[in-house]
Design a protein around this ligand. Sequence first.
Ligand code: THU
Length: 134
Amino acid sequence: MHELTTELTELLAAAAAARERAYCPYSRFAVGAAVRTASGALFYGCNIENAAYPSTICAERVALFSAYAAGERAIVALAVIADTPEPVSPCGGCRQVMFELAPRAVVLLANLRSAWRVTLVEELLPAGFAFIDR
Ligand code: THU
């Protein structure tokens, strides 16, 4: 079991705030995410749905892509929160994106009932797909 540090608790608060901004009129399932980079910068993500359902994007990807779009690639930690019975379990697509964009990140998974789990990208997706050296 990995520890829930003060820094991760702060990141979780940011993810919870981002969740309030989810655009999810189809699923009504709001997800929030937040990313911390080595420079100390913070990036937010929420799921953003679309009437053309596959055009929807998950909260985790919005947060990671926001960091990259701002030129911040050294992802230290990622927090994700949703209203699930257990700490939210990121989808396979987001795990693959974490594997490539944030391979050494600590990941805090949480729900609205104060349940949490601290894990690592390498635990969420061992042996992910890659064909370039990183
Ligand atoms: N969703 C996320 O934002 N992250 C995940 O890891 C799983 C699913 C979103 C996508 C969609 O808007 C809604 O949750 C229901 O699938």
